[in-house]
Ligand binder design. Sequence first.
Ligand SMILES: [Zn+2]
Length: 146
Amino acid sequence: MKFRLIVKDESREPWHEDYDKSHINDLSEAEAWAKDTIERFNATLQPHETPREVVRVEVLDLEGDDHSWVKTNIVTIIDSKGNYDTVECASCGITGRRHGLGLSGIRRDRKFKALGYDSCKQAKVLLARREKRAIRLDEDSEDHQA
Ligand SMILES: [Zn+2]
């Protein structure tokens, strides 16, 4: 995930440094990483350096990270709520429904309701986590059988 670390020290105005760390997936992980990094920096100061302080951490590039919806039904479905198409993101694979025309009409399926699924990139992260958890549960049930 790309994020921006805004830091300051006593001699300067705050400035920012941008990072892209594949093992960091959300803001709280980025904040923890920033805190550790700055603490390490402060613990190993060179004579010409002054201690730094984290001002804040911002997530970059989540906006504009749209899903690539493709229609998965052949014929538009008509039910009591009107007509709709079922759609799937060609990139991350989450599903939803498109009522009427246009992107504003997309409603993600219930299991992808969480805010994180707004972003295609974040959806992939969440799905990978879900998968990992499912594998763990499988392993657990094998343990019980053994
Ligand atoms: Zn997507």
